[in-house]
Write a protein of this length. Structure first.
Length: 205
């Protein structure tokens, strides 16, 4: 019950932040949907097509942002979620600042840039083939908001139990605050109830 209350409280707080982040006029917003969107769309031209970087499935960019800043924020999101997609530390280092702060830090996770690396290792211990789909990316001012879908198979070890290969799929929402160069802080919430049920556990991480 206590974990569910914390989950609801975090969700309400994140919802408020999300509403703040998306409070831009539709007239000042450029949107692109799907990785095959024509390159003539301003938003889609901002995406880094480098091999290995995750590509957003849908993208909305505040039209009042300058092209350089908008492209910087889109690429930071691609670097961060490529880290979650691969577990490769170099992408995390490229995305987050040394003084990065997690404002919704789960119990047991270190604060700062080591926190995401810790969480990624923990996820991959249970789900070695974990992938992260960047389903929706919203860039507004100095905020990046993302809807993510994590997928894989419980073929590793969680809480001392060997997985049986069952499919795992759960959603998450992130809000990232971008500083001058890199991401400086975030708020995030994962569908831990679904994840824990799929892992055969009762409590969230």
């Amino acid at each position: 019950m206590r974990s569910q209350k914390r989950f609801r409280t975090a969700a309400l707080g994140l919802a408020g932040l999300l509403l703040t982040a998306v409070g831009v006029s539709a007239a000042n917003t450029a949107a692109a949907h799907g990785p095959d969107r024509p390159a003539t769309d301003r938003a889609w031209r901002l995406v880094d097509r480098s091999p290995g970087l995750v590509q957003p499935r849908a993208l909305t960019v505040d039209g009042s942002l300058g092209t350089r800043r908008a492209a910087q924020e889109v690429r930071l999101a691609q670097q961060l979620y490529t880290f979650w997609n691969t577990g490769e530390q170099r992408h995390l280092d490229a995305a987050v600042a040394p003084d990065f702060r997690d404002n919704t830090l789960p119990a047991g996770r270190p604060q700062g840039p080591t926190g995401p690396a810790f969480a990624s290792r923990a996820f991959r211990a249970a789900v070695p083939d974990l992938t992260c789909e960047l389903s929706d990316l919203l860039v507004t001012g100095d905020r990046i908001t993302a809807r993510l879908v994590f997928r894989g198979h419980f073929s590793g070890v969680y809480d001392g139990r060997q997985g049986d290969g069952r499919r795992v799929e759960f959603n998450a929402i992130d809000i990232q605050h971008v500083g001058t160069v890199r991401i400086t802080e975030d708020w995030h919430i994962e569908d831990n109830l679904t994840l824990m049920a799929q892992l055969g556990a009762a409590a969230g991480h």
